[in-house]
Design a protein around this ligand. Structure first.
Ligand code: PLP
Length: 369
């Protein structure tokens, strides 16, 4: 069996968790602060707040920017559902623009037409570790005085014109679920250079406690989005490994590219010039009529693979029922969603495993021809 993803965990993580267990400080302690400092510094951000999931982080980012009922946030339907749900949590409205074929992220050229008096923010998602066209997004944000929330959950250490993804917008969010490049089991991180946003996120993570963090004094509505010290200890080790993790995944992606370069029916992912991909998954595109058959056969051979983001967010039941979306509303996102297959990619994947995957894929496609 070749799994789709696999955490890169060794004795270091095990020792770190055991050390926390022996310390008797199991929450709000030194490991959380260390994790925040080290992740923020690796990414090049001033402040980090560790939270219990990427979704919680996105929710706090929306709240910290004061986005609420009646406000609109421009985002993409080709994403994991949390990037849009976080807007609904605050009774604001996600306004979708279609994805683009190259980066799989939002098409920035479609954003301007969707800006209204109610628009408060743009929320681009760096899909699969490939940076969205942020230069254009930031230009529009400046022109119309909009905030930018980067959903960087799939893109730690990706870069765009020399800048690290997650440092371009006002606030950014990372996720550490086990299928992500680095993992803490469950967990996330909010990054910002803005002290005010930082203080709000820090407070709202912990029930809305005030600056003095007095035990029973609450300044605002807050949540319990804290992480435990065990989780943070994993985060410290995984953060230190992150550059190696990204390097190894890039090498694996390169191998996939070369083994698959001679199959005309397979469209390989592209990375725009001046950007560095951080390879959350390795995705290929095939004719939509072939996709399910290919998935069925790969999985039957023990090669775990999946359709990804299928269906698109606007075609999820809740969104269709609440907003009346239907097929055809965002044709590029839907095409991507109908054609996309993700193949096994994890830090320790070997060339032999990649060869097994690509040999089998070639055989399946040969039969379908
Ligand atoms: C993983 C992910 C999240 C956050 O997921 P959690 O499971 O809440 O950590 C958010 N957005 C995108 C695009 C993701 O891939």
């Amino acid at each position: 069996m070749i799994p789709l993803s696999k955490p890169y965990i060794d004795q270091k993580e095990i020792d770190a968790v055991v050390e926390v267990l022996r310390s008797s400080t199991l929450s709000l302690g030194p490991k959380t602060e260390q994790f925040e400092k080290e992740f923020a510094s690796l990414t090049g951000s001033k402040y980090g707040v560790a939270v219990n999931s990427g979704t919680s982080g996105l929710h706090l980012a929306i709240r910290a920017l004061g986005i609420g009922p009646g406000d609109e946030v421009i985002t993409t339907p080709f994403s994991f559902i949390a990037s849009s749900n976080c807007i609904l949590f605050e009774n604001a409205t996600p306004v979708f623009v279609d994805a683009e074929d190259q980066t799989f992220g939002m098409d920035p050229d479609l954003v301007e037409a969707k800006i209204t008096e109610k628009t408060k923010a743009i929320l681009p998602v760096h899909v699969f570790g490939n940076p969205s066209r942020m230069t254009r997004v930031m230009e529009l944000a400046e022109k119309y005085d909009l905030k930018v929330i980067e959903d960087a959950c799939e893109s730690p250490l990706a870069t765009h014109f020399g800048k690290t993804i997650g440092t371009l917008g006002d606030v950014s969010v990372f996720g550490f679920y086990p299928n992500k490049q680095m993992t803490t089991g469950e967990g996330g991180m909010v990054l910002t250079d803005n002290e005010e946003i930082y203080k709000l996120v820090l407070s709202m993570r912990n029930q809305g406690r005030g600056d003095s963090m007095q035990w029973l004094s609450f300044d605002r509505l807050g949540y319990n989005y804290r992480i435990s010290e065990l989780t943070a200890a994993l985060g410290v080790i995984q953060t230190a490994k992150l550059p190696e993790i990204i390097e190894r995944r890039s090498a694996a992606a390169k191998m996939y590219m070369s083994y698959l370069s001679d199959i005309p029916e397979v469209t390989l992912p592209k990375t725009l010039e001046n950007t560095k991909h951080s390879w959350f998954v390795f995705s290929i595109r095939v004719k939509s009529e072939w996709r399910d058959e290919i998935l069925k056969e790969l999985n039957a051979k023990g090669i775990q693979s999946k359709a990804y983001f299928y269906p698109c967010i606007h075609l999820q039941t809740y969104y269709m029922e609440s907003f009346g979306y239907k097929k055809g509303d965002f044709p590029v996102a839907e095409k991507l969603s109908n054609e996309m297959i993700i193949l096994p990619l994890f830090t320790e994947i070997t060339e032999e495993q990649i060869k097994t995957v690509t040999d089998n894929l070639k055989e399946i496609i040969h039969k379908l021809r």
